[in-house]
Design a protein around this ligand. Structure first.
Ligand code: N2P
Length: 351
């Protein structure tokens, strides 16, 4: 009997050691995935199918800005979540701060479905830390019952007196400063304080016309006619245009800010295998297709794009032409100059 107890104790010890040894961590991973992502970004059908196939339960917590996601993750010291979805310039920042975990590409067999043009961006040159999920533009949406679309070509048109109280600006710092920089003919990644100040002055002059400063309920403000002109992410614009056919998406001639959001695994994630499984799942052509069809942004997944209906492929808000994106730029990390942007942004909000 004594021997049996000793054998059982030994067996238990071996099990405990093997479970906690780093090489065996995967075996111990609970069937949970804590996904921290923008709201309205992963279709329920995609979450359901993943759960059904893998038995991994997805807990989807949402955020509305890179800044909010970053602050939360910092507070938790890079743990608490298994996947986050930062934009380009936040991938750089989070990598620099050691907040992201290196990807195991052997577990991402579907990476080949991505358009090589979206890989290797300056924010992660070898994509060791991030996998492009969705990209899009921050363009202009107008209500054609209030304004003749033929007369709107420039971001500066928002300053016209007839739009007093009817303008919508985003509350996203880089998008809105980016639009203002473009309006003044500068780069969305300007490092020049005079240019940043000129962008601030543009926004300060526009402020009396602004009805809403927001990213959360922009669709509703446009659909209801509460605002006549303003900024909109392309996917939100397509959904709003479906609800209200009087709305029109415009690519202003000065160009616009482009964004790319990527899936990444925080350094302290507890379920890294599950996270890799989820990333690889979203890279499947038919899954990436479901994601575009529901949220109507642009997909970096060529295999998925090929499966889309012609109507979506030809929708210029979703699949812009080269001319549409003339002068447009992806938002990059600004290094220390981000403090200058923040200073002007604060001034704008408090003035
Ligand atoms: C969707 C969020 C789009 C993110 N609700 C733009 N970076």
């Amino acid at each position: 009997m004594k021997r049996l107890v000793a054998a059982a104790a030994l067996l238990l010890l071996v099990m405990l050691v093997s479970v906690s040894a780093p090489g065996h961590a995967a075996a111990a991973e609970a069937k949970i995935l804590n996904l921290f992502c923008w709201s309205e970004y992963v279709p329920q059908a995609v979450l359901d199918q993943f759960e059904q196939e893998t038995g991994i339960k997805v807990v989807y917590t949402t955020y509305e800005s890179n800044e909010a996601m970053f602050a939360k993750l910092k507070m938790l010291d890079g743990s608490g979540y298994d996947i986050v979805v930062p934009s380009t310039y936040f991938v750089s920042l989070m990598r620099e701060q050691g907040l992201l975990s290196k990807l195991d590409k052997a577990k991402l067999s579907n990476l080949a479905n991505l358009d090589p043009k979206v890989l290797g961006g300056p924010f992660d040159p070898s994509n060791d830390y991030s996998v492009p999920y969705m990209w899009g533009s921050t363009g202009m949406l107008i209500n054609t019952t209030i304004v003749d679309p033929a007369t709107i070509t420039s971001w500066s048109d928002m300053l016209r007196p007839e739009f007093k109280g009817k303008v919508l600006l985003s509350s996203d710092l880089r998008d809105t400063m980016g639009v203002a920089l473009k309006a003044k003919g500068f780069s969305v990644n300007s490092l020049n304080e005079d240019e940043i100040k000129a962008a601030y002055e543009f926004l300060a002059a526009l402020k009396p016309s602004v009805r809403v400063f927001n990213v959360e309920s922009t669709k509703q403000a446009f659909i209801s006619g509460e605002v006549a002109i303003g900024m909109s992410w392309n996917g939100d614009a397509v959904i709003a245009m479906q609800e209200n056919p009087d709305l029109r998406f415009v690519y202003p001639k000065e160009g616009l800010p482009l964004w790319l959001d990527s899936l990444a695994i925080p350094a302290g994630a507890k379920h890294k295998d599950n996270a890799h499984a989820f990333i690889n799942f979203t890279l499947r052509p038919e899954i990436a297709k479901l994601i575009v069809e529901e949220f109507l942004y642009s997909t970096p997944n060529t295999a998925a794009w090929n499966l889309l209906d012609d109507e979506l492929k030809q929708n210029r808000a979703i699949s812009p032409t080269k001319e549409d994106l003339a002068n447009s730029e992806f938002t990059n990390d600004l290094g220390d100059v981000k403090k200058t942007y923040e200073r002007y942004w604060e001034m704008l909000k408090t003035q």
